[in-house]
Design a protein around this ligand. Structure first.
Ligand code: 6PG
Length: 470
């Protein structure tokens, strides 16, 4: 029996996606550099509805696939993808489809799609979110590339995707690099939400002096409301975990240096490239970079002293403000991510349906949350200047705003850095300030560079002799 698809790269994601396909009746052939990984897939899939087979090499894989062939790559983003495509392309035939399921940069995907077109091959960049469990039980899938490929792979992807509200969390979001771009911004939002949660737990513990058990209880309460989300679940587990040997809270023993693989940075770069502010996403990346300077931080703390001052106010009230601040900051993070996707979609003519994204992110992915329900509603109702200002979101944001303001003020007054919160507050305040400070920037630019400026009281472009005092 010819195989329905080939999965190339059987690490955690590849193996679990292959098993997910096998469970849905697809006949999968697996290939990995390590032949043992392909054998493991075949063994583990024995219990699936259609057991998978191990391919001996690329030629063997291509030979067993039904035409047009479908190959799904789950290999590390970067040079490895180019190398794999160079080896596979000569073995394939026009009309075959290669899907890159890694966290590739969208511009690489656009370039690769053009290269594969030269061979008559379809190339689809597929964003996959959900980690190991998502891959096995139902990820959120963001497809990019040409429509002909999706006529063939769309139904397969819909079958293995998570479901939310009875519908699959899969969509063909747009042409060429759109799928990987959307996945990148998904991760940008992920970075911002993670940082906001981390700052909240940190402030509750170090600023207000709550023990981790109490912080967990507060998180559990907030997660029963609008903060019901996968990342809150993850964080509650983290707050509950204990070191099996010492019995101490495990978080206390984890080094405070955050790693990153690049998608957050790409999100921030895209925000700048498309001229669309996403300060909380960018701040979350900066915050990881700052955390990585641990030796410098320790030296500076020894030399300058810790900036933290004791808090002597009403703790319960302040904790409630932290909960509101987290909610308001989270809304700002989603709003920024959606706005960058919209800006890129407009610039590149991708025609991405933001309401559809809000729907397919409600299951399977890392940023799934209850907040995405009113966001999907707001985006379905029609174009919105900014999600944070949409009629379905304002009643959620309004009562939380004061908490964000108080949280940022508390952090500033007590020397506890809360950069994502501070950026979210400045973003929300800036969004609805009719008259900003940029008149001074325009005057400065015209002063030293004769760049010209526009006036409120008459049309046209103006220049002024700034050194001639009246
Ligand atoms: C997902 C995750 C996944 C991965 C990130 C981690 O949606 O399933 O985003 O893609 O966990 O790439 O990224 P960092 O290592 O940069 O935090």
């Amino acid at each position: 029996m010819a195989a329905d698809l080939g999965v190339v790269g059987l690490g955690v994601m590849g193996r679990n996606l292959a098993l997910n396909f096998a469970d849905h009746g697809y006949h999968v052939a697996g290939l990995d550099r390590d032949p043992a990984a392909a054998r493991t897939l075949a063994e583990r899939s024995a219990a699936c509805s259609t057991p998978a087979i191990a391919a001996p090499d690329r030629a063997g894989l291509v030979a067993v696939l039904a035409r047009p062939r479908v190959l799904l790559l789950l290999i590390p983003a970067g040079a490895a993808v180019d190398e794999e495509l160079a080896l596979l392309a000569p073995l394939l035939e026009p009309g075959d489809i290669v899907v890159d399921g890694g966290n590739s940069h969208y511009q690489d995907t656009i370039r690769r799609a053009a290269g594969m077109r030269g061979h008559g091959l379809h190339f689809a960049g597929l964003g996959i979110s959900g980690g190991e469990r998502g891959a096995r039980n139902g990820p959120s899938l963001m497809g990019g590339g040409g429509a002909p490929a999706y006529a063939r792979i769309g139904p397969m992807l819909a079958d293995i995707a998570a479901r939310a509200g009875g519908r699959p969390c899969f969509a063909h979001v747009g042409p060429d690099g759109a799928g990987h771009f959307v996945k990148t911004l998904h991760n940008g939002i992920e970075y911002a939400l993670m940082q906001l949660i981390a700052e909240t737990a940190h402030a509750a513990h170090h600023l207000l002096g709550y023990a981790q058990g109490s912080v967990r209880a507060a998180f559990e309460e907030w997660a029963r409301g609008w903060m019901d989300s996968f990342l809150m679940e993850v964080s509650i587990d983290a707050l509950a975990a204990r070191d099996p040997e010492s019995g101490r809270p495990l978080l206390e023993l984890i080094v405070d240096k955050a790693s990153q693989k690049g998608t957050g940075q790409w999100s921030a770069a895209a925000a700048l490239e498309y001229g669309c502010p996403a300060p909380t996403i960018a701040e979350a990346v900066h915050a990881r970079c700052l955390s990585a300077l641990r030796p410098d931080r320790l030296r500076a703390e020894a030399a300058l002293g810790h900036p933290r001052r004791a808090y002597d106010g009403a703790r319960e009230e302040a904790l409630a403000f932290l909960g509101q601040g987290l909610l308001a900051g989270s809304i700002a993070a989603y709003a920024q991510g959606f706005a960058v996707i919209h800006a890129a979609s407009e610039a590149r003519g991708w025609n991405i349906d933001l309401a559809l994204l809000a729907r397919i992110w409600q299951g399977g992915c890392i940023i799934r949350s209850r907040l995405l329900e009113p966001m999907a509603e707001a985006l379905t109702a029609g174009p919105t200047d900014n999600l944070a200002l949409a009629p379905a979101i304002v009643p959620i944001l309004r009562p939380a705003e004061e908490g964000l303001r108080r949280t940022v003020a508390l952090g500033a007054l007590h020397g506890v850095p809360l950069p994502a919160h501070a950026s979210a507050l400045a973003y929300l305040d800036g969004l609805r300030t009719g008259r900003l400070w940029a008149n001074m920037i325009e005057a400065q630019r015209d002063h030293f560079g004769a760049h010209g400026f526009a006036r409120l009281d008459r049309p046209g472009k103006f220049h002024h002799d700034w050194t001639a005092r009246p």
